[in-house]
Write a protein that binds this ligand. Structure first.
Ligand code: G6P
Length: 613
């Protein structure tokens, strides 16, 4: 999970950057590097592997200066290697950049720049950024203007920091969307830049957080913040308390809100290193899935508890559809006691954020005894579930603190998608052309999540309208039926409002009797293969007098004409719609609970990890 640190001031930048990167180590990374301006020249040190390797490099070949930037990288485009590690230098050696996020249109930009004669030195998407800055830097365009122009070409969500020998008195940093934050730390005659506060908290507590589409021009004794169109914008300096927990919470009121917002970054990390976009392949080496095993599988069970079980339900649809393996989803507390039929052609996949949930572990034990191959999708590295599995996928979301799971729900949605694609390829059920499309679609995921997050004010307004309700019904179908379950679970967990998720087609068999003006109905209706059915269910709910909140795809006038409130979703490939449609529901539950003044992060009676039966 990428991290950024930058420094400008009278001290030696190198140890400050190395210390800052050390404080971001907990996020996970596979390479590290720094660039320091030394005697009007940019010196770069970078390598694959842990920070100790970078430190050894710096010890062998020291570098000193008063301005510099550093980065820990979690590979997305291009393997973890020294040449792919950040920072990336331009061709002239005058500009250097570090970057968090994915440049969605990097292939087009790389082709365009190559045609202009640019030679690329890495396999990363990031490198296009430095060449774009170089394209624009000239006697008329300073670094700031060149960086601004470069950024106007980038699709996706980004945190970017640039320095140049041309203007050795400034760091330019920008945030576009939600690929993690960009924070400026204000010191005395010195300034710091970071992706996360803990990296710089030992130096200052005066922080400025950039909003999306803002750019900071940072000099030793000054800070200017601008919109990406060049207009200056006012900023607020926040005085952050010296407390590691609130430092971690950063600019957010609750961990849950922070974790909802971290999803662009956690989803970027989820696909990092697992996707070869050029060849259209998925790599999940820790799963130990051989072609022989893939062909041998006759049946899969997915077992889990709570939120994780909803991710399993999405997994069922994806694996059945793409890899043509029959999948049953079992709540772990049921699976362990129902004597499931298992043989050596069976794979049991457990999904667990903590990897320590007692029922899930017992279900895995049951599967082990009956001779199944045991896989897990787990967030906590080294947890029991991971240790007892024959193969695993690690979620890569970083620690999740809020009891109500958010980023550890969307990550396994993408994991099961990647698993389905890999199984489909190995079993020969997925034609190459379709595989390439499914793999390419993964690149869109982080920015689509970012677009959902951008609509938080709209969701907050709806939360205000619903905050005093006593009941709520969530309806979904097909791949978004689990989204209805998950949306309802989020609401009941943290706001204590009774909420039910229901397969929309079942509405006429019972829940329709409940619908009246006091029963809000949340209808999940993105453009997926079940869309038309969902639309008719929406009309039925409306005609019974229900207050209908619809989740609909941008531009869907039909739904806008019927629903009382619409939450707009970005156009998303249907197999990935569970990721985009759940984010507004997480935000809705969060805002309703926050408006009701409840303890969002630690709701009553609930535990983050349930280690008892
Ligand atoms: C508890 C948590 C839920 C979580 C469930 C399963 O109930 O409050 O948020 O979904 O356990 O936890 P796991 O760690 O196995 O995913």
């Amino acid at each position: 999970m990428c991290g950024i640190v930058g420094y400008i001031g009278p001290q030696d930048a190198t140890p400050i950057i190395l210390n800052g990167l050390r404080r971001l180590e907990y996020r996970g990374y596979d390479s590290a590097g720094l660039a320091v301006l030394q005697n009007h020249h940019i010196e770069v040190r970078r390598d694959a592997g842990k920070l100790s390797k970078l430190e050894a490099l710096v010890a062998d070949s020291p570098v000193h200066g008063h301005i510099g930037i550093g980065h820990t990288r979690w590979a997305t485009h291009g393997a973890p290697s020294a040449r792919n590690a950040h920072p990336h230098l331009g061709m002239t050696g005058e500009v250097v950049v570090v970057h968090n996020g994915i440049v969605e249109n990097y292939i087009e930009l790389r082709d365009e720049l190559s045609a202009e004669g640019v030679v690329f030195n890495s396999d990363t998407d990031t490198e296009v950024i430095v060449h774009l800055v170089e394209r624009y830097i000239s006697s008329e365009n300073g670094l700031v203007e060149a960086a601004r122009k470069a950024m106007s070409h980038l699709k996706g969500a980004h945190g970017i920091v640039v320095i140049s020998t041309r203007e050795p008195d400034k760091i330019v940093a920008a945030r576009i969307g939600n690929a993690g934050g960009v924070v400026i730390g204000i010191g005395e005659d010195e300034m710091f830049v970071a992706s996360d506060m803990p990296a710089i908290l030992e130096h200052t507590r005066q922080m400025v957080f950039l909003e999306s589409r803002q750019m900071a021009v940072v000099s030793r004794d000054g800070l200017g913040v601008f919109a990406l169109d060049g207009e200056p914008v006012p900023y607020e300096i926040q005085n952050v308390a010296w407390d590691p927990v609130s430092a971690e919470k950063g600019e957010y009121r609750h961990f849950m809100q922070k974790e909802i917002h971290e999803q662009v970054r956690s989803l970027t990390d989820t696909i990092a290193g697992r996707v070869d976009f050029e060849a259209g392949h998925i790599r999940l080496p820790e799963l130990n899935l051989t072609p022989e095993l893939a062909r041998k599988i006759r049946k899969m069970y997915i077992t889990a508890c709570g939120t994780a079980s909803h991710a399993g339900m999405v997994g069922k649809i994806l694996i059945e559809s793409i890899a043509r393996i029959p999948v049953e989803v079992d709540i772990a507390s049921e699976f362990r006691y129902r004597d499931p039929i298992i043989d050596e052609g069976t794979v049991v996949l457990a999904i667990s954020q903590s990897g320590e949930t007692a029922d899930t572990l017992a279900a895995m034990e049951e599967a082990r005894q009956k001779g199944a191959t045991l896989w897990s999708i787990v967030n906590v590295i080294g947890s029991q579930a991971m240790r007892i599995s024959d193969g695993y996928i690690s979620m890569q979301t970083g620690p999740e603190i809020g009891v109500a799971s958010t980023k550890a729900y969307t990550a396994p949605l993408v994991d099961v998608y990647m698993l389905a694609v890999l199984l489909g390829e190995l079993r020969g059920t997925l034609p190459e052309k379709k595989r390439r499309v499914l793999v390419a679609d993964l690149r869109l995921v982080p920015a689509l999540a970012g677009k959902c997050l951008d609509r938080e004010p709209q969701v907050e307004m709806i939360a205000r309208a619903l905050m005093n309700t006593s009941h709520c019904l969530y309806l979904g179908r097909g791949i978004n039926m689990p989204t209805a379950y998950e949306g309802a679970l989020k609401l009941k967990e943290i706001s204590y409002i009774h909420a039910e998720g229901y397969p929309a087609g079942e509405m006429k068999h019972g829940p329709i009797a409940l619908i009246d003006r006091s029963m809000p109905v949340i209808v999940i209706a993105p453009r997926d293969p079940w869309y038309e059915k969902m639309f008719s269910q929406l009309e039925q709910a409306k005609s019974r007098g229900g207050t209908v909140v619809a989740l609909a795809t941008d531009g869907d006038e039909l739904i806008a004409g019927v629903a009382d409130h619409v939450v707009w979703l970005p156009e998303t490939p249907w197999m990935l719609t569970p990721v985009t449609s759940v984010i507004p529901l997480q935000m809705l539950a969060y805002h309703i609970a926050a408006l009701r003044g409840l303890d969002v992060d630690q709701p009553r009676n609930l535990a983050k990890s349930v280690t008892v039966e």
